[in-house]
Design a protein around this ligand. Structure first.
Ligand code: CDP
Ligand code: CDP
Length: 230
């Protein structure tokens, strides 16, 4: 085999993909790839340039021409930095505005084509933990390890509420968070192009009540079993 292994992690919003993927990547010395950050960055640019969300032509052009960079951070505490056309959008892509529009942009096939092409070129040599919605089904269908993380909507909303609290942001209503998450789940799972779906060969991990370390340990275990079989 001429490439290093790939671990694909998919699942709905708040299932723990980013946190778990970063932990696993750090422990195994692999590169962490946050594909959601790329869809968020394009969404930020669309809003920044006042392009209408349904102007698929203009958005297609933007997505195929923009330059996205993800720069890994030295430790688990500091965020992975996200750049689009040389602007640091690490914070800007996490706003409610971007979050509420990202699923509509991510449903556009030209946007997906452009970003998937970039992800696959980054992944050519393998050696990464990639996380998103279509990694195991579409971006890296040959990934050695495929994980599908889930958790109940209530649990995921509570996690997001904790995130806002930790960032010192004003209290967000739990029911509102549940509604937002359920709506994004619905949009992501019902879209025509590469909907959120468990790959047939993915291992499903229901994470309610599990800690990040427990989930990471389970994934590392699957990975090592895979390597032993190669
Ligand atoms: O972190 P969170 O789960 O809130 O979302 P994210 O991973 O940052 O992804 C934001 C949005 O990008 C998702 O709701 C999807 O609409 C889209 N996305 C996608 O379509 N395909 C991916 N591989 C990753 C994200
Ligand atoms: O990337 P995704 O939207 O799937 O989830 P995340 O941003 O990694 O996780 C959302 C929040 O839930 C983070 O603050 C995690 O630390 C937390 N989390 C947790 O409390 N327990 C888990 N088993 C997984 C994540």
């Amino acid at each position: 085999r001429d490439r290093q292994p790939i671990i694909a992690i998919d699942g709905p919003a708040g299932a723990g993909k980013s946190t778990v993927a970063r932990r696993v990547a750090t422990e195994l010395g692999l590169v962490y790839l946050d594909t959601g950050a790329m869809y968020r960055a394009v969404t930020w640019l669309v809003l920044e340039q006042n392009i209408a969300i349904d102007d698929e032509c203009a958005i297609a052009e933007l997505a195929s021409q923009c330059k996205i960079e993800l720069t890994p951070s030295p430790d688990l505490q500091s965020p992975v930095r996200v750049w689009i056309n040389d602007t640091d959008v690490t914070q800007a892509i996490r706003t409610i505005d971007v979050t509420s529009q990202v699923s509509a942009i991510a449903a556009q096939s030209a946007v997906r084509q452009a970003l998937v092409k970039q992800q696959q070129s980054w992944g050519k040599k393998g050696g990464l933990v990639a996380e998103g919605r279509d990694i195991g089904t579409h971006v890296f269908p040959d990934a050695e390890v495929k994980i599908f993380l889930t958790a109940s909507v209530g649990e995921r909303a509570r996690r997001r509420q904790q995130d806002f609290k930790k960032q010192g942001q004003p209290e967000v209503n739990l029911e509102q968070l549940e509604r937002d998450i359920a709506e994004r789940d619905w949009k992501d799972s019902t879209r025509k192009v590469s909907p959120l779906q468990k790959a047939t060969d993915a291992i499903e991990v229901q994470t309610d009540g599990l800690s990040v370390s427990e989930i990471a340990a389970q994934i590392i275990n699957s990975y090592q079993q895979q390597l032993a079989q190669r």
